[in-house]
Design a protein around this ligand. Structure first.
Ligand code: CA
Length: 239
């Protein structure tokens, strides 16, 4: 997804930008309130520092809220309870105080986006926006409407959950999905048993399609739909 990062500190912006990019997000970073207002319309979620050089962050937050309702998380050094309350009242979806742990911030972003319905697919694999288009990765076509998967033109039968996992990844192919997110949305919870089950289902998808590159493992984090090159490359290599 596309993030707008409003942060005037270069080091902080670099660290956040890198962490977001690693999760598959694209990021526009701005250091001034004026530029935040100019670019907020393109954002699918917003990270907002309150200490900016040209406008008070709370005032900017109020103005952003009049033109955009994308999920917004305040990331700031202001930690007084009064500041937190004002931030939430002004329309922030969450509030993270610096210094923070990057993993915690990423988890909060996932939670806020899930809560605010920023995802395209609901548990069970149905599209939330009705725009359930078929997605291609190499010679694999995933059709969420018909719940079918075709490999090189021939239909492959997956179990319901195998299909749900694949459809979830295919709905946002540019994005890496955390294990927690996948478990939460398909199993409804992140139990240990379900966690092992997720790996089994991913293995099933790879084996049944005969395309091991169709699902990319992001070690220690989660999964992503494989690129066309990964899907086709491994097939060539396997010959
Ligand atoms: Ca600042």
């Amino acid at each position: 997804m596309h993030a707008l990062l409003v942060e005037d500190d270069d080091r902080m912006a670099r660290a956040l930008g890198t962490a977001l990019a690693r999760r598959g997000h694209t990021v526009r970073r701005v250091g001034r309130a004026l530029d935040a207002l100019r670019h907020v319309h393109e954002a699918e979620f917003v990270l907002l520092d309150l200490g900016l050089p040209d406008l008070d962050g709370l005032e900017l937050l109020r103005r952003l809220r009049t033109v955009c309702d994308a999920p917004l998380i305040v990331v700031t050094a202001r930690c007084e309870e009064r500041d937190v309350v004002q931030g939430l009242r002004a329309g922030a979806d969450d509030y993270v105080v610096k210094p923070f742990r990057m993993a915690e911030l990423i988890a909060r972003i996932d939670t806020v986006r899930r809560r605010t319905g920023a995802y395209g697919v609901r548990p069970g694999g149905g599209a939330a926006d009705g725009g359930a288009r078929a997605v291609r990765a190499g010679d694999v076509e995933v059709d969420p409407a018909g719940r079918t998967v075709r490999v090189a033109g021939s239909e492959v039968r997956l179990t319901r959950r195998e299909f749900d996992v694949l459809a979830l990844l295919a709905a946002r192919p540019e994005e890496v999905h955390s294990r927690e997110e996948i478990l939460d949305r398909i199993w409804g919870d992140a139990f240990l048993a379900a966690s092992r089950s997720l790996d089994v289902h991913v293995a099933g998808v790879r084996a049944k399609t005969g395309r091991p590159g169709l699902v990319r493992t992001v070690r220690g984090f989660g999964y992503q739909l494989g690129s066309a090159a990964a899907v086709l490359g491994e097939r060539e290599a396997g010959r």
